[in-house]
Ligand binder design. Structure first.
Ligand SMILES: [Zn+2]
Length: 275
């Protein structure tokens, strides 16, 4: 039984600030340890449930947060930036289940620690067929394309709530209570690890009854940017239409192609972020 883990960073217990999760800061090494321990707790629980093969896609920032030798389960690690399928690189139809580890709320969500949707310097809001989505909802396009269920999600309460639509049957582990964008009350890491293990085991055992996310076609992904120039630049991508001064609409009934269009738009508009 083969599992795909897409690991972000903001949803880890103990994390409340960019300085903890961006390389080059003194606090980063501690953050990296906290994340690694959570990923390993999921793997440990999943092994107990019967999973035997793991691919971990490090999906945060420069995507070199996890050290390969520290991972349990003899996991294959995908690292490094500019991956064609970004947060979902490595997934294909050969997997039995997906875990979203250390995920976080969408950019506009209330009580969501370090909330953003891909790029906080560019994206103001994203909507799939009219519903506001965060990274979990957008990444679910790839899961749906390959027909693989999302069986486990961890982060704060907002993360759990936002994944309800795409993964109603998934085990959801909430490790902190977000008080705002930069403050939270955290479970002690050892308590969180117990919950991860206790959640991942039944997630794997129940996996046969879980459905992959489903989207109604035709499907449109609307992206509203911080400034109009970014929307203008997004129009360079074929199939992207303008839907407002700062908003573009991406359409493609192939869900993988739609996700690829989104990744292209994210990559392009990064050039216009104020620094
Ligand atoms: Zn993220």
């Amino acid at each position: 039984m083969k599992l795909f883990l897409s690991t972000d960073f903001e949803g880890t217990s103990g994390i409340v600030a960019w300085e903890q999760i961006i390389e080059g800061n003194a606090e980063y090494e501690q953050g990296r340890r906290l994340l690694t321990d959570e990923v390993n707790a999921v793997i440990t629980g999943a092994l107990e449930g019967g999973a035997s093969e793991f691919v971990v896609n490090d999906a945060h920032h420069h995507m070199r947060n996890l050290h390969p030798q520290d991972l349990k389960g003899r996991a294959t690690l995908i690292t490094g930036k500019h991956k064609p399928l970004y947060m979902m690189e490595g997934l294909d139809a050969s997997f039995d289940g997906i875990c979203f580890v250390s995920y976080h709320g969408s950019i506009g969500a209330e009580h969501a620690i370090l909330s953003h949707t891909y790029n906080p310097g560019a994206i103001w809001e994203a909507r799939l067929n009219g519903d506001v989505v965060g990274e979990s909802g957008i990444n679910a396009l790839v899961a749906a394309h390959y027909g693989v269920p999302i069986i486990f999600v961890s982060g704060d309460k907002t993360t759990a709530r936002e994944s309800e639509g795409i993964a109603p049957q998934a085990e959801k582990v909430v490790v902190k209570h977000s008080l705002g964008r930069f403050a939270a009350a955290h479970l002690h890491p050892s308590v969180a690890w117990d919950l991860f293990q206790a959640g991942a085991t039944p997630a794997v055992r129940k996996l046969g009854q879980m459905q992959p996310p489903a989207f109604e076609l035709p499907i449109a992904l609307e992206v509203t940017f911080l400034v109009a120039d970014m929307a203008e630049m997004a129009l360079w991508v074929r199939g992207v239409e303008r839907a407002g001064p700062r908003t573009v609409k991406l359409t493609n009934d192939n869900l993988l192609d739609l996700y690829r269009m989104f990744v292209t738009v994210v990559t392009l508009t990064r050039a216009l972020v104020d620094r």
